[in-house]
Write a protein that binds this ligand. Sequence first.
Ligand SMILES: [Zn+2]
Length: 82
Amino acid sequence: MILYVFKMNPEAKQLYDSITEKKELMWSYSRQITILTEDIRKMRKMLYKTCEHEWVRDWEDRDERSSWICKHCKLSRNPYHN
Ligand SMILES: [Zn+2]
């Protein structure tokens, strides 16, 4: 079997390496976002139990299900919507 090895031109190689580097960054950021999202989810649960809520009507919310929010912590009165 004969292998033909073609060398990538330097400009293309640089672009290719740059793309690879950015892909790795994206992977790393998306992993961090997953971790942060999970942290926030847990903290909102704790906040729901910790805050001495004062429920007010949420006029900005167009969704009927969660029309009350706490004026301090901004969480929904329905714990399943936070
Ligand atoms: Zn609250």
